[in-house]
Design a protein around this ligand. Structure first.
Ligand code: CTP
Length: 364
């Protein structure tokens, strides 16, 4: 694919490179999730060519009309104009202006993410590495390009923890100093809640987020998620990020509810996590079918729980009425007792549940 793009762009006299994380991953011989391409001109033309050639949906966003193409194969292609960034204040989104590839690489977070590979036929596959990214990659060092990097964009602190965790790298010493200074000066506090949430979710998307979270804890960064954020290691048996988040919330108890509200997640997600909270607190089977997400969270928290405990309560008000019990407050008490009994495994199908209910009623 990159060969086809490179050959086509060369014919149009457009210089084009692959940049950032995919170059790092290629050198590390790791699979890449998406492909970031930059051009010094001809952005519209290249994106039109790619979408015509491979199909998929094309989106445009940002001040510079960056293009994102979701290919049918599942690959994501980002196409951007090479640009420089100026941060007027800490943690604000930058002002951008067109610039050379060299400046575009300079605006990036870490040297290992600031390399490019040329796709043009004349320089096919040539590595552009102005800032020593390849050497750092080989040494396993994460190094910022300049001392203001974490001040400009404090999300890079979370990114650092994520990359250290994923690749087992170390922080280069002056990078460590500027990171610590950025934390001391409270720059992470200047980030919007959405950006912090975005970084947390990206950590929870990692194959194993344990080391990244441990690193953030060590750096004193977890209170930026929530002042009472608590995480005691492990918990990531399920690969789904929202399940992992739900488990963290439930383990935080009451503060977890506040934390969940503060994240302002999409309604179905926050409702599913809240439903898991409710079931775990009442130690009772749910009255209605639980969303898949709630069930997965509870299975992670209570690994030996039976599927029956998480199934909807096998009896209902109509059963009570058919037993001749007059409707009223007693209904709710009986159903709560039944839900707790189902949770404990005292019955596992509807006929056993009805027998259990009759026995309970006859004893009253
Ligand atoms: N980048 C940056 N500063 C940020 C975010 C991104 O400099 N705060 C740059 C880096 O060069 C990065 C590239 O934009 O490599 C693409 O960003 P992203 O896709 O978020 O990062 P990847 O490095 O591709 O990480 P991942 O493998 O987790 O997708």
């Amino acid at each position: 694919m990159v060969k086809i793009i490179g050959a086509w762009a060369s014919g149009k006299n457009i210089s084009i490179w692959v940049v950032g994380g995919c170059v790092r991953d290629w050198i590390l011989k790791r699979p890449t999730k998406d492909l970031d391409l930059v051009v010094e001109k001809g952005l519209e033309e290249v994106s039109r060519f790619c979408s015509k050639k491979w199909g998929g949906t094309l989106e445009s966003f940002g001040q510079f009309g960056t293009k994102r193409l979701y290919l049918r194969s599942g690959l994501r292609l980002d196409l951007a104009r090479t640009r420089a960034e100026i941060y007027s204040r800490p943690a604000v989104l930058p002002e951008v202006s067109t610039a050379s590839l060299e400046k575009d690489l300079w605006r990036r977070d870490f040297t290992v993410n600031a390399m490019a590979v040329c796709l043009n036929s004349s320089a096919w596959g040539e590595l552009v590495d102005h800032y020593g990214g390849c050497a750092d990659l080989k040494k396993g060092l994460l190094r910022v390009l300049h001392a203001q990097s974490f001040r400009d964009d404090p999300t890079r602190i979370w990114r650092a923890a994520r990359f250290l965790g994923r690749f087992g790298f170390r922080l280069e010493s002056s990078t460590q100093e500027s990171l610590e200074e950025a934390v001391r000066l409270g720059y992470p506090r200047l980030l919007s809640r959405e950006r912090v949430r975005g970084e947390l979710m990206r950590i929870l998307e990692e194959k194993d987020p344990t080391r990244a979270l441990g690193t953030l804890k060590k750096w004193g960064l977890t209170p930026f998620f929530h002042p009472k954020f608590r995480w005691d290691g492990g918990d990531f048996k399920d690969p789904e990020p929202y399940v992992r988040l739900g488990v963290i919330c439930l383990k935080m108890g009451e503060s977890g509810k506040e934390f969940l509200r503060s994240l302002n997640l999409e309604r179905p997600v926050s409702q599913a996590i809240s439903a898991a909270f409710e079931v775990a607190e009442r130690l009772a089977s749910p009255r209605m079918q639980l969303p898949e997400l709630s069930r997965k969270i509870l299975v992670c928290l209570i690994p030996h729980i039976s599927p029956s405990a998480l199934a909807p309560l096998r009896v209902n008000g109509r059963d009570l009425s058919q037993m001749g019990i007059p409707s009223g407050r007693e209904y709710s008490q009986l159903l709560t007792k039944a839900a707790q009994a189902q949770w404990r495994g005292e019955f596992s199908n509807r006929s056993e549940a009805l027998r259990w209910l009759r026995r309970l009623h006859s004893r009253r």
